[in-house]
Design a binder for this molecule. Structure first.
Ligand code: SAM
Length: 468
């Protein structure tokens, strides 16, 4: 640990790179800034020039004193020698506008990162920001420092910790959380660095989320390991029937034009969004309630040149200004939504005149369900309708030219292909996941096939327009 502060300064941060990091920071003019792991102060002087006050913290005495000797002439800087992982830090709750750290968390254990994240949100005022930049993915080779312990984690670790653990309540029982404003690689200027230095920007906001359903998604149906298992079946980037193949077929119906704005509701890990943005130069916003899904999507967006944005958001609570999107696209997500009419009315408002709505979703036959199917629907918490009634809800929300197609035959074909592919790679699948995981998939797919072949379970495709 001793070498960590010196080390964070010895990463070659040329002035171009420092300028890039500074350019990414949220506004901090006239604000109270805490700089964690300040080192000898490469950023301290930059921050001091615009902030009202900077508290520069480092746990190596010599290092923080050196920082003081370099930056002590900035009278708005307080230098504190303290370990950020212990509670000895003299920072009050709700007192800080902006917390900055650069290459610090990578030197902390998972537990320490979690504890620090929980404390950071407490220090922040509502509306305040956190910025941190970490080295991810590849190990930083430094043969001189054999005893260095550093964790070059996958970015999803940080996204998940700060999204999932950072909740605080005030005295009036209001809940606050961190909203992820951005997650992107730095060091791309001049094209000379690999894209493993990732920065995050968060803002402390009031939470209107009771988190019950989100926790269900993240801990039951869409655990990280479960997502990767499903992805193996559906294809890279996808958690819905047919993966890229059906995506290509359906996106072709949208007649996308460069710079059009597309909202993907329940975007999962973003496969369709990357496909649309890369191939049609559209600007895609993907929202999903599952932190696990968005963490993976963000990770995969790193380094891509196309325009994709991801956000953890509940589509039933999210709002957008009227006439924001040219297309709203949603694949096999709305089955989770109980109040579909109200969601469709929101979609109608968010679309521009002439905008298009495209949905595929699980449906059911019109009669009563068998006890097994009823149990499956109940256990998953789904809300399923017959294709005709589903299309009618879309029409009732104001949409015109509504096309409702029963695509169950295509669904059956896709299920058969997916099942065969999994069975063919049984050994590899078990090696990568587990025997239990393999059996779950095979049983689940066989059950879906039986329900679909009996006509009970259906797959619906819906296309509609907001007529001018
Ligand atoms: C079957 S997955 C489909 C993912 C993606 N559309 C795809 O095709 O790969 C359904 C997704 O809906 C998301 N979801 C469920 N309820 C949601 C809500 N209220 N708001 C946003 N997303 C939601 C889930 O987290 C999950 O990622």
């Amino acid at each position: 640990m001793e070498s960590m502060m010196v080390d964070s300064d010895s990463h070659e941060l040329d002035s171009e790179e420092t300028a890039e990091v500074i350019s990414l920071l949220p506004p901090y003019e006239g604000k109270t800034v805490v700089e964690l792991g300040a080192g000898i102060g490469r950023f301290t002087s930059e921050l001091a020039q615009r902030a009202a006050q900077v508290i520069a913290v480092d746990f190596v005495e010599d290092v923080i004193r050196k920082n003081e000797s370099i930056n002590g002439h900035h009278k708005n800087v307080k230098f504190q020698c303290a370990d950020v992982t212990f509670s000895e830090l003299d920072i009050h709750e709700d007192s800080v506008d902006f917390i900055f750290s650069n290459l610090l968390l990578m030197y902390l254990s998972d537990e320490e990162v979690k504890l620090l994240a929980e404390r950071m949100i407490k220090w922040l005022k509502v509306g305040g920001y956190i910025f941190f930049r970490e080295s991810c993915f590849q190990h930083y080779e430094n043969s001189d420092k054999k005893n260095d312990v550093s964790y070059h984690r996958e970015p999803r670790f940080y996204s998940k910790v700060f999204k999932e653990l950072c909740f605080v309540k005030d005295d009036s029982e209001n809940v606050f959380e961190l909203s992820l404003l951005g997650c992107k690689p730095t060091g791309v200027f001049g094209n000379k660095k690999s894209q493993n230095q990732i920065c995050w920007i968060w803002q402390k906001v009031r939470s209107d989320n009771d988190r019950g359903f989100q926790l269900f998604l993240d801990t039951v149906q869409y655990k990280s390991s479960g997502i990767l298992k499903y992805e193996r079946v559906f294809g890279h980037g996808f958690i819905s029937p047919g993966g890229l193949e059906t995506t290509k077929e359906f996106v072709a119906k949208l007649d996308l034009k460069p710079r059009q704005r597309v909202l993907d509701v329940g975007c999962g890990i973003g496969g369709a969004d990357f496909y649309m943005a890369e191939n049609f130069s559209v600007e895609v916003v993907g929202i999903d309630l599952s932190v696990n899904m968005i963490s993976l999507a963000l990770e995969r967006a790193i380094g891509l040149a196309c325009s994709v944005e991801f956000e953890v958001a509940d589509c039933t609570k999210k709002t957008y200004p009227d006439h924001t999107f040219d297309v709203i696209y949603s694949r096999d997500t709305i089955l989770h939504i109980q109040d579909k009419p109200s969601l469709f009315r929101s979609f109608y408002k968010w679309l521009k005149p002439g905008g298009k709505l495209f949905i595929t979703d699980y449906c059911r036959n019109a009669g009563t369900s068998s006890p097994e199917f009823a149990e499956y629907i109940k256990q998953r918490g789904y809300d399923l309708h017959d294709v005709k009634a589903y299309g009618q809800m879309i029409e009732d929300a104001g949409f015109g030219e509504v096309v409702s197609e029963d695509r169950t035959n295509q669904f059956i074909q896709v299920l058969q292909q997916e099942l065969e592919a999994v069975e063919e790679q049984k050994d590899r699948f078990i090696l990568d996941f587990s025997e239990e995981g393999y059996n779950d998939i095979v049983c689940g797919w066989k059950a879906k096939l039986n329900r679909s072949l009996s006509g009970e379970q259906r797959w619906g495709l819906f296309f509609a327009k907001k007529i001018n």
